[in-house]
Design a protein around this ligand. Structure first.
Ligand code: ASP
Ligand code: MG
Length: 423
């Protein structure tokens, strides 16, 4: 049995967390061949984004910020290994030095390229530490560099997997190692271009990496280890009557993650669905509990609870034609083309005779150019500070619970799903 495990940032955030990961892997090691995908430790990716900004926009001391991140990794390692003459310390120093060297030169003009070369460091050092620690626990782990396995195009920060090339690489290396009863560990969230540059796959992309490996290797199962008990009917930090959903279909899972449920990355579902690989979402805090299984079909008679997804910090754009021309096929295709060009995803859209409304994430630095270009041909109004509430399998009670004392600006309803933009 071949099992792909994904451990996210929270599951490796400090030394006790890494020890817990080792316990989980040890528990499954006898019955499974295991491929482990690891994300950057804790909030490292956010911290590295600050390093990129400091370097690129010269708004802070990039070297100092990087040093703080290095110290955190060294300190976790000291706690894990009990001393600092283990070879992992040299590897960590080298990995950080490679990034620090960049600061001797001004950045290129390509922000996203610089971002990927720097931010990928988080996954690199996390896997070095976890891998050496598992070996310290005598688990026979092989560390692999995901940049040599997953080939992507040159869309920095959103690298697109080249499936054919990646399959070639993965299949020429991993099966043999797994047959020699090695546990394999590699980085989530990153790949490499044909020129050997590093790409990242989009924030929170490690789940997707795990699904890509599961697909390429025809794994028997994939498990995402989380700090929640499984997939819940809502985010328990926002909604107090959230319940665990024990079984979910790929279809339900892709819908709810697409609407913004944060539990797994939306791109994770397709690669496992395509090979009919069961996807488990389980708690690394209580690893003996079952969590959620995502599979092809819901068992007969399953009634899903209302599933609530709340997206905060939304912006409602209203785009109106200036000359009273209908906002129909032609205008709409122009408008959508602008959204696509600027890589802005619409979370909800609706159109009327001479206007088009779109609810989008309010990320000022990404949408200014889009707004400017729209304004060339249309009158654009913005309404900020909104939330987008999506309820699948809605009930009158669930709608009432989430709209009480709120103003609904826009609403869309199908048989299974209601979406509301509220103030
Ligand atoms: N470390 C990356 C991030 O925080 C990727 C991931 O966690 O999946 O976005
Ligand atoms: Mg993360």
């Amino acid at each position: 049995m071949l099992h792909v495990f994904k451990f996210g940032g929270a599951s490796v955030k400090d030394a006790p967390a890494v020890r817990n990961v080792a316990d989980i892997v040890a528990h499954f090691n006898n019955e499974h061949r295991i491929v482990i995908i690891v994300s950057a430790m804790g909030k490292t990716t956010n911290a590295l984004e600050e390093v990129v900004d400091a370097y690129y926009y010269q708004k802070g001391n990039a070297a100092d910020l990087l040093n703080q991140i290095k110290e955190q990794h060294l300190s976790v390692s000291r706690e894990l290994f009990g001393h600092d003459f283990h070879p992992v310390f040299t590897l960590i120093e080298q990995a950080f030095a490679t990034v620090a060297q960049r600061f001797n030169h001004p950045p290129s003009t390509a922000y996203s390229y610089e971002y990927d070369q720097i931010v990928s460091l988080g996954e690199l050092v996390a896997t070095l530490i976890v891998s050496d620690y598992l070996n310290e626990c005598r688990m026979g782990v092989e560390w692999l560099d995901a940049r040599r396995l997953l080939r992507t195009d040159n869309t920095y920060r959103e690298g697109q997997i080249n499936w054919k090339e990646s399959a070639k690489r993965v299949l020429s290396v991993l099966p043999k190692m797994l047959d020699n009863s090695k546990i394999i560990i590699t980085q989530g969230f990153m790949g490499g271009t044909i020129e050997g540059f590093t790409t990242t796959l989009g924030r929170e992309g490690s789940d997707y990496t795990a699904a890509v490996f599961a697909n390429l290797l025809d794994a028997d199962a994939m498990t995402v280890w989380k700090d929640v008990p499984g997939i819940l009917s809502a985010d328990p930090r926002i909604v107090d009557n959230a319940v665990l959903i024990p079984v979910l279909s790929y279809y339900e899972a892709i819908e709810m993650t697409y609407y913004g449920a944060h539990v797994i990355h939306p791109k994770t579902i397709k690669p496992v669905q395509n090979k009919n690989i069961p996807l488990y979402v389980r708690s690394f805090v209580k690893p003996t509990e079952n969590g959620t299984i995502v599979q092809a079909q819901l068992p007969e008679g399953t009634v899903l609870p209302p599933v609530v997804v709340i997206k905060k910090n939304q912006l409602l754009l209203s785009v109106q034609s200036n000359d009273f021309s209908f906002v129909a096929e032609e205008n709409l295709s122009n408008i959508y083309q602008l959204f696509a060009q600027h890589r802005i995803k619409t979370n909800l859209t609706q159109n009327a005779a001479i206007s088009f409304s779109a609810c989008i994430d309010n990320t000022p630095n990404r949408i200014t150019e889009l707004l400017d270009e729209l304004a060339e041909n249309y009158t654009v109004h913005k309404n900020e500070g909104l939330e987008l509430i999506t309820i699948r399998h809605y009930t009158p009670e669930a709608i009432a619970q989430h709209t009480q004392n709120r103003e609904i600006l826009l609403e869309q309803k199908s048989r299974h799903t209601i979406q509301m933009v509220v103030k």
